[in-house]
Design a protein around this ligand. Sequence first.
Ligand code: NI
Length: 137
Amino acid sequence: MPRCVITRRVHFSAAHRLWNPSFSDAENAGVFGVCNNPNYHGHNYDLDISVEGEIDPATGYVMDVQRLKQIATECVVSHLDHKNLNVDVPWFAGLNPTAENIAVVCWRVLQPAVRPATLKRIRLWETDRNYVDYDGT
Ligand code: NI
């Protein structure tokens, strides 16, 4: 059967602060800029979740996109939406909540959840102009 990649976009809003405790205050400010603000700040994130698989001849689907939405909501959005990533989310204990690291964390929870389909790519938009792609490598 032909193989396709389907993508579902989900959204969450979260606060974070980027910093490295081994850097001085001046180094943190220099490296992380406005994202180093000590009292946190927020982003409206979009997460594009792309899944690959064979088209099921019975349904014509790779995966019911409503099921993919449900998986994304349970595995990712419910954990991150309206949270302070540094304070509220154990996934980021000792891990700087950059867009890169958020994408990797999302991959790790989504990859087993979408089986038997294959997680192909995650694209995390932190702003309209910045996104990170991760493919599990
Ligand atoms: Ni930021």
